[in-house]
Ligand binder design. Sequence first.
Ligand code: DGY
Length: 311
Amino acid sequence: MQAVLEACDAEVWPEELPPERAVLLEKVAGVDGLLCLLTDHIDGEVLDAAGPQLKVVSNHAVGYDNIDIAAATARRIPVGNTPGILTDATADFAFALLLAAGRRVVAGDHYVRAGRWRTWGPSLLLGSDFAGATLGIVGFGRIGQAVARRAVGFGLRILFSDPGEPLEAMQASGAQRVDLETLLAEADFVSLHVPLNDETHHLINAAALQRMKPSAVLVNTARGGVVDPQALYSALKDGQIAAAGLDVTEPEPLPADSPLLELDNLILAPHIASASQHTRSMMAWMAAQNLIAGLQGKPLPNCVNPEVYAG
Ligand code: DGY
């Protein structure tokens, strides 16, 4: 934030909760640049409320489903994001959820705190084995590949599904590319790493969950909208899958009356996969660099719609 304040006059939203829509529309009027969080919905209306002088939108996140990129591109406004620097932190957290859900870490903690631990038991809180099991990675971009690197150390067989062609990474991790149906049917653990868009919204729906093994563990550190929450609730409650770990939900935050909160085979986290100290300060730095470059009329170091510079 210091870098931003040194580079320009900036009004910083001081509250923990994002501004109400009307406040956002009022506050953006006349700004040259906008640095936003993934909780801010930036669409054509916001861009128009800012005005024609708006030079840049910088998102403090790698994911940018909160921004209408087509609307920004149509107005020739570059949009920045923060790729790369949160890859390891996010992959670590995905693995933490896989281990915690698979090995019932949170259930164990609750068991002890509830005073239920009376003795060592041969079948107490049994979980899943990792070595020799199959991990399915849905989306094999930077974070999916980082999860694969960790999985090698755990002795997991790795399957992935992805529309792209990351051949080198595939060879390095020994991961095998399969279609989504095969991945869901064969995987003991499934970790989601696709961006949220029209194709991936509710990619994991009732039909997808039905394809999974009853012993399977599902983890989502991508975006909440990739998983249909009602379908997941039924699958966990009816034992269609064994357990899940969600760092992201639809909606966020999860409402206090969400049925998902009743499930003890679900581990929840408040969208903190990238929340390590160094990673979050690097994300802030990168978001500031994108903003400042845009204000100075320079290409953004990380731009999601570089076509705005064409012609
Ligand atoms: C991102 O950058 O998209 C993450 O979800 C934030 O943690």
